[in-house]
Design a protein around this ligand. Structure first.
Ligand SMILES: Nc1ncnc2c1ncn2[C@@H]1O[C@H](COP(=O)(O)OP(=O)(O)OP(=O)(O)O)[C@@H](O)[C@H]1O
Length: 261
């Protein structure tokens, strides 16, 4: 099985703060990972490293077989799909949804004078259909609900057929219906043998889509536990990660957690 992401003894220090502390971790192509941990644990920083958007202070990051620091990251980034709210902020409010998805083919936000092939147009239509966006194709991005925006961000990331998909809190801020519907779409996407390796950051075990295979629990820049979901998602590990006594349960392929009384 091919390795798509590897962190070797990685530390990340900013403003004197050790945000990641000697972290080692690897992701294979068939893996679907979730990263869980409290606010400020370093989850988004790991995604930024995996997206080749930043460099470690020490240690090595290998993405899709290339070592960060020794490779043209602009070329490498075209092979990585990233859906994150800070990227969505760069999308012009007036941009039509169809163009937000289509412009991913050129890794730009905001349609200008690019010439798109019919293949790009067909791919955009196919992706919008799969992510339930066809009816919104002509709507300006700025008029969408949070749930619709999340779908557009993911569709944009899917558009280029990435070899590694990174999702930063895809279900964050969604209402129950929108969350469940997004999780169903993610489950379907993740279950395809053609889907790339996926790493998803979330705050809640309830947001782990069925079919995900691995979890990393992160606390203060260090790994509490990492590996197959069933081994990692235990009362003891969750309690250590979040610092309060927690109980976790699994039913019908979904997880839930609550404080122990
Ligand atoms: N450039 C920076 N300079 C200083 N501190 C930073 C910088 N980038 C991140 N941090 C700090 O590093 C810590 C980890 O940030 P990160 O965004 O990775 O955490 P997170 O686990 O994704 O948090 P959240 O769940 O709140 O989104 C935070 O305390 C953050 O304030």
């Amino acid at each position: 099985m091919a390795n798509v992401l590897e962190l070797r003894d990685v530390s990340f220090v900013r403003s004197g703060n050790r945000i990641l502390d000697r972290l080692s971790w690897s992701v294979d192509e068939a893996d679907r990972w979730v990263i869980l941990g409290p606010n400020g644990a370093g989850k988004s920083t790991i995604l930024q490293l995996a997206a080749a958007a930043t460099h470690p202070t020490s240690g090595e990051v290998h993405v899709l077989g290339e070592r960060i620091g020794k490779v043209d990251v602009f070329e490498l980034r075209t092979r990585i799909g990233l859906a994150a709210t800070n990227l969505a902020r760069r999308i012009p409010a007036a941009e039509r949804v169809g163009d937000v998805v289509l412009t991913a083919a050129y890794a730009v936000t905001g349609r200008w004078n690019e010439r798109y092939e019919s293949l790009d147009l067909e791919r955009a239509a196919e992706v919008m259909d799969a992510w339930d966006l066809s009816a919104l194709a002509t709507r300006p991005f700025g008029t969408l609900s949070d749930g619709e925006r999340k779908r557009v961000q993911i569709a944009r990331a899917v558009m280029t057929d990435p070899e590694l998909m990174l999702l930063d809190e895809p279900a964050g801020s969604l209402d129950l219906g929108a969350r469940e519907s997004l999780l169903a779409s993610l489950e379907e996407y993740a279950s395809s043998p053609l889907a790339p390796a996926i790493v998803m950051v979330t705050h809640h075990v309830e947001e782990i889509p069925p079919g995900f295979t691995h979890a990393m629990l992160l606390r203060e820049g260090g790994i509490v536990a990492a590996g197959p979901l069933d081994d990692v998602l235990t009362d003891a590990h969750l309690t250590e990660t979040f610092g309060i006594p927690l109980a976790i349960a699994r039913e019908g392929g979904r997880w839930s957690a609550r404080a122990k009384r």
